[in-house]
Design a binder for this molecule. Structure first.
Ligand code: ATP
Length: 299
């Protein structure tokens, strides 16, 4: 079931939150929506699940709107986390699972397995308010996936989590994808998106500035990064033809070069100058591409 956004525009008074956004999110894929604060990510999600009406344009899921009947097939982790603080984790999830038409016994079984997986089985009977913020987030993630949705929308799922929990959640997201769930998630962190997504879209002021298959975006960018670690001064490379930028790093430098043959040429110039410990041609990062397209750094 493909999710299609067809020329979506959303305005709030004079503010245009999303402008003419068209996306196609293939079934069983992880799609990454990137963008700085206020770029329009949350608004896009709210439109997808029908919490907001688009000012213009349409959203189709499997050819028609995400209606109430279909909402049971959708999971949503909103950016503003909201569980009932006084309720126990089990009570809370039984309540939410029942709303989605699940049987109590199935809810408890699923919940047990998720808590086990997230290494917190003891939370079953704790009140939400007793858990740390990051751990509440894990519980809310479970509430978004408990009913095995076909479409999962995750607004900043990794924010505020420690590295171990980020890994646990990433693994869970990848497994859900393997089982056929289409996942759309937003993030400020380019490395999460690079790691998980085949397709990405980067919004700036509500408009997509980068959009498509990640591999394709990188390939068509052309420029690459060349990392060199050496025991001698590499500053002379600043003035080599085809070197677009030069940054010093510990042990050496990273150059942005225009094409692969420039790397070949540089390789020859290094001969006889001293010991080279690393010479590596890297794909451009999404950040490099963003800087070029937006004319400014992302963070
Ligand atoms: P963040 O990363 O900070 O969560 P975002 O990319 O999710 O940002 P949105 O929350 O979608 O961005 O906001 C996009 C723009 O729309 C912002 O300028 C915001 O102020 C505006 N906006 C969002 N919701 C409303 C609303 N209900 N009323 C008025 N303006 C709104």
């Amino acid at each position: 079931m493909t999710l299609t956004l067809d020329s979506i525009t959303k305005t709030f008074g004079k503010t245009t939150a999303v402008q003419n956004l068209s996306l196609e999110i293939p079934e069983g894929e992880i799609f990454g929506l990137l963008g700085a604060n206020g770029a329009g990510k949350t608004t896009t999600f709210r439109i997808i699940i029908g919490l907001l009406e688009a000012t213009k344009g349409r959203v189709y899921w499997d050819g028609s709107k995400v209606t109430y009947e279909k909402s049971g097939m959708v999971g949503y982790l909103p950016e503003e986390r909201g569980l009932y603080p006084k309720l126990k984790v089990k009570e809370q999830l039984i309540y939410l699972g029942r709303l989605r038409g699940m049987k109590k016994a199935d809810i408890v079984k699923e919940l047990e397995s998720w808590l086990e997986r997230f290494r917190v089985p003891e939370y079953m009977n704790q009140r939400v308010e007793e858990l740390s913020k990051g751990n509440q987030q894990k519980i809310q993630f479970i509430s978004a996936v408990l009913h095995q949705p076909k479409l999962l929308i995750l607004d900043e799922p990794f924010s505020g989590l420690d590295p171990v929990n980020v890994e646990l959640l990433k693994r869970a997201v990848l497994d859900l994808k393997e089982n056929g769930t289409s996942i759309v998630f937003s993030s400020h962190r380019m490395e999460h998106v690079e790691e998980l997504c085949e397709h990405v879209c980067m919004l700036q002021h509500g408009t997509p500035i980068i959009h498509g298959r990640l591999k394709e975006i990188k390939r068509s960018f052309g420029k690459k990064n060349l990392r060199i670690h050496a025991d001698f001064d590499l500053e002379y490379l600043k003035h080599t033809d085809g070197v677009l930028t030069f940054s010093s790093v510990t042990d050496g430098c990273v150059l942005q070069i225009d094409q692969e043959t420039t790397a070949e040429h540089i390789f020859h110039t290094l001969q006889g100058k001293g010991f080279v410990r690393k010479f590596e041609l890297e794909e451009p990062s999404l950040n490099d591409i963003f800087i070029e397209k937006a004319g400014t750094s992302y963070e």
